[in-house]
Design a protein. Structure first.
Length: 526
């Protein structure tokens, strides 16, 4: 069945929000010369793990499961465990969650460290299986079993499904024929967008079934506490990146007495509305693009020229040209302005990837769409014509439950005008994102609320001053909300800092290994 996609002029916005899946892909790509598929590879390495006995239909019963760990990819251990579909009815239908464990390499084990790379929609199981040596230092891996899991709705944990490969290609890379002659934001344009959003939502409901109503972060928080019980830890030790910081913050607020050593890197502000998120991320990526541009202009062979403002205008002109006349790749897929923005955004997650932007702008200057497709494919986890994960579908499903749905057309138009003003290069392509969840079959939360985690042990909140995806002010806000929050600042560029800054790494490792909390923010320099 073919389903019409949401207009691609908004595709970049859908993938901009949080974008921890891009972090996981970028982590795997840093230092690699070949882009496609670098972030994939799977965690199972064979048949699905054997499930433990069905637990009794109580919350305690689920926490008392004994996983059937078995060898899997890259020397890891894999297991599946049961979880209630609906935590309000633990005696009802169940789902399974996929776990991957990197066993502690040392003789003095401190416990289990759970890791989440973000998203929403990123696979924690694949992250640990494929990149644990990059995600967590050797000293921490010696002291802890490191476990990554696929949150419900993601990867191998009751995955949300919406479209087949052809449908996803049309959804992400189709042309803009239906809206090409309509003014962006007009009543007619919004009507088409809503109809297309409804088609996508109906496809998700048809293929996913009951799980679609139970993939909110609040559900994952309860799963995480169950996993803590399963491994036998009285308190949770946790490392969350990007959206993973939201999981950790909500866990701390729900179970403050069970907080062990929590590090939240690339922090979200739990109280931020969707409008706040889009505005701050749009500013963040615009500023990161300016930082790239400034660096590029100082290098030989830079595809841009003149001042930083002039170079940004050149990028804006490229986007305007593609917006007016999209490019068609060798495989028939289309590079619209939305795809081009996605291709620009992806390398901005890590300064080590800025060189790909040189190649991108060189190719777009001569109307060659192939580098844009390569970068967008890496972002969307597409390899050799196939999607390696359901990250896009899970991203939509989780976000639509985690934020209120507020289809106020007048406010959306005001927001779009503000985005175009505050981020002149990419902002005009980021408006009207509220439409994506307007037709979702399950209602989102009524409001976003701050956290406190009263009485919790110290929690480290790491923020990077030049982080485009989770702006530094969010880390400041989260640290101030948490009663025991301690802010660790990295003065530099890129998304997250634990694996980027040796200074931050030393602080985080001392905390995980000895419980040491800095007396003051060290403000680590690049």
């Amino acid at each position: 069945m073919t389903h019409t996609p949401v207009p691609r002029r908004r595709a970049a916005w859908r993938r901009l929000v949080l974008g921890g899946a891009a972090l996981a892909a970028a982590t795997a790509l840093v230092g690699c010369s070949l882009l496609p598929g670098a972030g994939s590879g799977g965690a199972g390495g064979g048949s699905d793990p054997q499930l433990p006995d069905q637990p009794t239909g109580t919350v305690q019963g689920f926490a008392e499961q004994t996983p059937e760990w078995q060898p899997c990819a890259n020397g890891m251990q894999c297991a599946d465990v049961h979880a209630p579909l609906d935590w309000a009815e633990p005696a009802g239908e169940t789902i399974t969650l996929r776990l991957v464990k990197s066993a502690a390499t040392g003789s003095e084990k401190l416990g289990t460290l759970f890791v989440n790379p973000g998203g929403p929609g990123a696979s924690g199981a694949e992250y640990v299986a494929n990149a644990v040596e990059h995600a967590v230092s050797a000293d921490v891996r010696a002291a802890y079993d490191v476990i990554g899991w696929d949150p419900r709705g993601v990867g191998e944990s009751a995955p949300v499904r919406c479209l087949d490969t052809a449908g996803m290609d049309e959804y992400l890379y189709g042309d803009d024929a239906e809206t090409a002659d309509l003014e962006r934001g007009s009543d007619e344009w919004i009507a088409v967008a809503r109809a297309q959003a409804r088609d996508f939502a109906e496809a998700c409901a048809e293929r996913s079934g009951d799980i679609l109503a139970h993939v909110a972060t609040s559900d994952t928080v309860q799963d995480l506490d169950m996993l803590r019980g399963i491994v036998g830890d009285t308190k949770l030790n946790y490392l969350g990146f990007s959206y993973g910081t939201y999981i950790g913050a909500r866990y701390a607020d729900a179970y403050p007495e069970r907080v062990g050593r929590l590090v939240l890197d690339g922090a979200m502000d739990p109280a931020a509305t969707m409008q706040d998120v889009v505005r701050e991320q749009t500013i963040g990526f615009e500023n990161a693009l300016r930082a790239y541009t400034s660096d590029c202009l100082q290098r030989r062979g830079c595809p841009l020229s003149g001042t930083v403002d002039a170079a940004m205008a050149q990028i804006g002109a490229l986007l305007d040209r593609i917006d007016a006349n999209s490019l068609t790749g060798a495989d028939g897929r289309t590079v619209t302005s939305g795809v081009a923005v996605t291709a620009i955004v992806f390398p901005l997650y890590s300064q080590d990837m800025w060189g790909y932007l040189d190649q991108l702008f060189e190719s777009l200057a001569v109307d060659d769409p192939e580098m844009a497709l390569i970068l967008a494919d890496a972002y969307n986890d597409r390899q050799d014509g196939e999607y390696q994960s359901n990250s896009t579908e899970a991203f939509s499903a989780i976000n639509c439950l985690d934020y209120p749905s507020d289809l106020d057309v007048a406010r959306m138009r005001d927001d779009a005008a503000e985005l175009a003003k505050i981020a002149p290069t990419i902002g005009r392509f980021q408006g009207f994102g509220d439409i994506s969840c307007a037709e979702w079959p399950v209602a989102g939360v009524p409001e976003r609320t701050p956290v406190r985690a009263a009485g919790a042990d110290p929690i480290l909140v790491v923020g990077t001053t030049g982080d485009p995806a989770t702006p530094y002010r969010w880390a400041e806000s989260l640290a101030s909300q948490l009663e025991s929050g301690s802010l660790i600042t990295y003065v530099g560029e890129g998304h997250t800092a634990y694996t980027t800054s040796s200074c931050v790494g030393e602080v985080v490792d001392a905390y995980f290994l000895d419980g040491t909390v800095p007396a003051a923010d060290p403000r680590c320099a690049a």
